[in-house]
Write a protein that binds this ligand. Structure first.
Ligand SMILES: Cc1cc2nc3c(=O)[nH]c(=O)nc-3n(C[C@H](O)[C@H](O)[C@H](O)COP(=O)(O)O)c2cc1C
Length: 478
């Protein structure tokens, strides 16, 4: 294997033969709690600032955090309630934590803050950490403001259920959170600049994280204007790595993708849509934008993953609008150029099983020219059901979106760090699909468990494309 992340990807694939072997009895009494509890820190209640419609200081921040990751529903289970959040999470395990770092501005005194999701409050430790943050981010020019978010992952929350493959889901979950953050920032008047290239250990140390449990995945500066410059830096590529056994792959990959020296990515050719087969069916997806009016915030707080589809068709207009909202942000009154790590590395395929006005089959979506290009003609309903590990969401969806990437090309640009960026970006796109679907009254759910290689074989997706994430779309059972 040419990189550790390619090895990790291979080792964590689900296969029809291995899935039964890897199925584990869940030890419910061992499940980590999805909240951090601290015995120190000063509490700053954000709830009063949520109710008031003012647009300054803590009001904006309170709204930003709530829309990004706040509790938006409670399921009253007998033992303890299950709190659902504005961002979806594989298995509802919520591995991400949000910290704020303040230089000391009008809204927040200097220091570190942890977002306490359950009480919608901040815990504050007064410390002069801003210069440490700047150093850890190689003095990224976006950190000239006075506020930044650091999103970290508590690995065991997801690994408890998904073992080594959890790293994929943790990054996808965090990407969903970033999708919310991007939109919440534009609703609250912040300019967001995401920074993926930082020194992992010093940053973790700054936040007082236990490195064997929790680590930063990205930094997002909140400011007034976006500063040009690379969002993502490169890490080395692990060479001659030892055989890493099951149970150690997640931690090894995270370590292998750390950055200690500022290394810009190797330059890339400009983005070009791929897979333009001469005689395939091509369908334009040009459409007027999805109409949001003032409904974005409400959509973000009402979003839920659909648990069951009726099996009825979507319309071609609905599919076009979903693709348009997801891939054409320049046409919407939010952030016209969201800060992804590197979208040139991601590709999109759509399995069409039930879309009125569109022939069934698997299509490549070309975002630059806004067109679907048919790769294979067939109704894949039964196959997609199987590929999604027999989940009925796969069988009853009208269309299923697959995000993929050429791992070798991604590693050539970003080293092992590419694996994080790809999954973060795929989750970010997934969140736009989620919100667009909810706005249209459609059902939507992510799926991160699938038979990796079989997706390529069955749907005709080129083998060089590693499948990262699936989003199912359909009509929800109400
Ligand atoms: C990365 C990711 C993977 C997911 N995978 C699945 C899945 O395989 N099957 C499923 O039914 N739901 C899946 N979901 C949906 C979660 O179960 C759902 O987000 C969680 O239960 C919280 O509910 P909510 O999204 O309604 O807030 C996934 C969500 C994410 C973000």
């Amino acid at each position: 294997m040419s990189s550790f992340c390619a090895y990790y990807h291979e080792q964590t694939k689900y296969t029809p033969e291995g899935i039964a072997r890897s199925a584990r009895q869940l030890e419910w009494d061992q499940q980590p709690r999805p909240y951090k509890e601290f015995t120190t820190g000063q509490k700053l209640d954000l709830k009063p600032y949520l109710a008031e419609p003012e647009s300054t200081g803590l009001h904006r921040l309170s709204r930003l955090l709530y829309l990004t990751y706040g509790v938006t529903a409670v399921v009253p289970y007998p033992n303890q309630p299950f709190y659902m959040r504005s961002a979806p999470s594989a298995g509802g395990l919520y591995p991400a934590e949000i910290y704020l770092v303040s230089r000391g501005g009008p809204a927040l005194p200097a220091g570190i803050y942890n977002y306490q999701v359950l009480s919608h409050s901040l815990l504050h430790w007064e410390q002069p950490v801003w210069s440490g943050l700047q150093q850890a981010c190689f003095d990224h020019p976006a950190l000239t403001g006075d506020l930044a978010l650091v999103v970290t992952a508590v690995f065991a929350r997801s690994a408890w259920r998904y073992a080594d493959r959890a790293y994929r889901r943790i990054c996808l979950d965090t990407g969903h959170l970033l999708g919310n953050l991007e939109l919440a920032a534009s609703l609250t008047g912040f300019t967001l600049q995401v920074c993926g290239g930082f020194q992992d250990e010093p940053l973790g140390h700054l936040l007082d994280l236990n490195p064997s449990e929790e680590a930063p995945l990205c930094v997002a500066a909140l400011g007034q204007m976006r500063i040009p410059g690379p969002t993502a830096l490169s890490s080395p590529v692990a060479q001659d790595f030892p055989t890493v056994g099951a149970g150690q792959l997640l931690a090894y990959l995270h370590r292998a993708s750390q950055i200690t020296v500022r290394t810009p990515p190797t330059p890339a050719a400009p983005r070009q849509d791929k897979y333009n087969f001469p005689f395939c069916l091509k369908v334009s997806t040009l459409t007027p934008p999805l109409v949001w009016q003032d409904r974005l915030a409400e959509t973000m707080t009402h979003r839920r993953s659909t648990r069951q589809y009726t099996g009825e068709d979507l319309t071609l207009t609905e599919l076009k609008q979903l693709l348009h909202f997801t891939y054409q942000p320049q046409d919407y009154p939010f952030d016209p150029d969201p800060d992804y790590f590197d979208l040139t590395l991601l590709e999109t395929f759509v399995a069409v099983m039930g879309v009125m006005g569109l022939e069934e089959g698997c299509y490549y979506y070309a975002p630059a020219v806004q067109e679907l290009r048919q790769v294979r003609f067939k109704n894949f309903r039964a196959e997609v059901h199987y590929l999604c590990l027999g989940q009925d969401l796969g069988r009853d969806a009208g269309a299923v979106v697959f995000h993929t990437a050429d791992l070798t090309a991604a590693v050539a640009r970003y080293g092992e760090r590419a694996y994080r960026y790809l999954h973060l970006d795929a989750g970010h796109l997934g969140q736009r699909l989620n919100l667009g679907a909810v706005r249209l009254g459609l059902g939507v759910s992510g799926i991160a468990g699938f038979f990796d290689d079989q997706v390529n074989e069955v749907l005709g997706i080129p083998r060089a494309e590693a499948v990262l994430y699936i989003t199912t779309l359909g009509r929800p059972v109400s």
